[in-house]
Design a protein. Sequence first.
Length: 127
Amino acid sequence: MSYFQVNQNCNGCLACVQNCPARALDFVDQGDTRTLRHNMARCARCATCWRVCPQDAIEFQHLLENGWDEVVSLKLLRCEVCNEPVHSQQLPQSLDPKLVDMAGTLCDRHRVLRGAAHVRLPRRTKA
Ligand code: SF4
Ligand code: SF4
């Protein structure tokens, strides 16, 4: 999903591109199509594009919202005893099978209570 969004009023006039002080807007004309492009890494969120757009086409509020955007949704595996979410279904598939807990899907508490021999699934950390 793009943070920079325009509505159906956009007519491709390029006023936003020409006035963006950060060169965060660009366009590509290919064949019979003009594509407006936005680069979030360059964008200063100054709203100049929003102010100069003659069509009120830029949905700028999304850039200013202090909200969370969903990136991906994965199916959960839950603890077989208490139903607490444990990890995604995909996680065990990407690990060496020898590392995966063969005693079933259990939360930390019930794994201990059951005394299941297991290897904890590693949590990914960034350097
Ligand atoms: S200034 Fe507005 S109408 Fe013109 S290209 Fe940009 S978003 Fe579209
Ligand atoms: S908010 Fe400012 S920096 Fe970002 S695209 Fe619009 S004019 Fe460019």
